[in-house]
Design a protein around this ligand. Structure first.
Ligand code: A2P
Length: 332
């Protein structure tokens, strides 16, 4: 019989945590036992896994005794505090927060791109930023073919990327606006219903946000390409689920669309949806709930030398978070 693992999910009641449970179920991850951890606020809650009700426990320093694999998705602060505790207890941590992504001894992994890096872990493996994962899934096969130099991109990011409470905020604002009531922003800095907000995460001195710089910083590590440059504008849009990114990419080698299309079609986890006659292209409504990322609007970029423009959509809770984390655990 193949080995089974004692798994803990930290942040099990959250948007990504819930998806982690469903992804493990769906992929038949070999779970011997499952411990669900969240804040004291969730005490008394139960969650279903493989038809069984499992009680949610408050996270504490003893939560990781007897655990083989711990999946963290409860924010950077919790990861910084408790991931080392889990490692000390003998668990391997797959961390969905940004806490360890830029640490040299922590592999930052998209299994289809740099799965081999997992072998170098010292107890913690980091899951990349969701917008970065979705973009690199489409960019990497093009990089393999044409060698990417730099990209310019804008993201259209779903509210669920900001957590379960952000989904409620959009729902309530839509109802309030429809009823003619005033809207009170909470998680987002401004009204998100019937609006777009050109700010995801906090601002740096350069004028970019932290979220925007993740594409370049994390992209360099994942693609093993220290010269990669990425100028991004990250935008929050009133979409419940799945991020979209409009990308213009410049390459070292001459590009052509048919080779680009073939490279994307052959890459695991990617589908082409690109028909200007139908017309058909990826949209978040179609990408939501799907494991694959979808690429369309592929064309020669008229403003760059050796440039390709494309549009990619991916479910950021799945490939951008929970699915990628479980795939990493599977590699282990
Ligand atoms: P809880 O539901 O008890 O607040 P999301 O990203 O969807 O907002 O989810 C965040 C996850 O992180 C939730 O599962 C949340 O649990 C958990 N969490 C937040 N703060 C803590 C904390 N101090 N200790 C443990 N888990 C936490």
């Amino acid at each position: 019989m193949s080995k089974k693992y004692r798994v803990a999910v930290v942040g099990a009641t959250g948007a990504v945590g819930g998806e982690m449970l469903r992804v493990m179920e769906r992929r038949n991850f070999p779970v011997a036992s499952l411990r669900l951890l969240a804040s004291a606020r969730s005490a008394g809650t139960t969650l279903k896994f493989q038809g069984q009700d499992i009680a949610v426990e408050p996270l504490g320093v003893n939560s990781f005794e007897g655990i083989d694999v711990a999946l963290f998705s409860a924010g950077g602060g919790i990861s910084r505090e408790y991931a080392p505790v889990a490692v000390k207890s003998g668990a391997i941590v797959v961390d969905n927060s940004s806490a360890f992504r830029m640490q040299e001894n922590v592999p930052l992994v998209v299994p289809e791109i740099n799965g081999g890096d997992v072998a170098q872990h010292k107890g913690i493996i980091a899951n990349p930023n969701c917008t970065t994962v979705v973009t690199l899934m489409a960019l990497y096969p093009l990089h393999q073919k044409f060698r990417v130099k730099r990209i310019f991109a804008s993201s259209y990011q779903a509210v669920s990327g900001a957590g379960a409470r952000a989904i409620e905020e959009l729902k309530e604002q839509v109802k309030a606006v429809a009823a003619g009531h005033a809207v009170q922003p909470g998680i987002f800095p401004h009204q998100i219903a019937f609006n777009v907000i050109p700010q995801v995460d906090s601002f740096l001195e350069t004028g970019y946000t932290k979220e925007e710089m993740k594409m370049q910083n994390e992209g360099r590590r994942i693609m093993h390409l220290p010269t990669f440059k990425a100028s991004i504008t990250c935008v929050r849009v009133p979409v419940y689920r799945a991020h979209s990114v409009a990308v213009s990419a410049e390459f070292e080698k001459p590009v052509n669309v048919s080779e680009a299309r073939a490279a994307i079609a052959a890459f695991p986890g990617l589908q082409i949806q690109d028909d200007t006659v139908a017309p058909s292209y990826p949209m978040p409504l179609g990408a939501a709930g799907q494991d694959d990322c979808f690429v369309g609007r592929l064309r020669l970029d008229c403003a760059l030398e050796n440039g390709l423009a494309f549009w990619v959509c991916g479910d950021q809770l799945l490939k951008g978070a929970a699915l990628n984390a479980v795939q990493i655990a599977e590699l282990l």
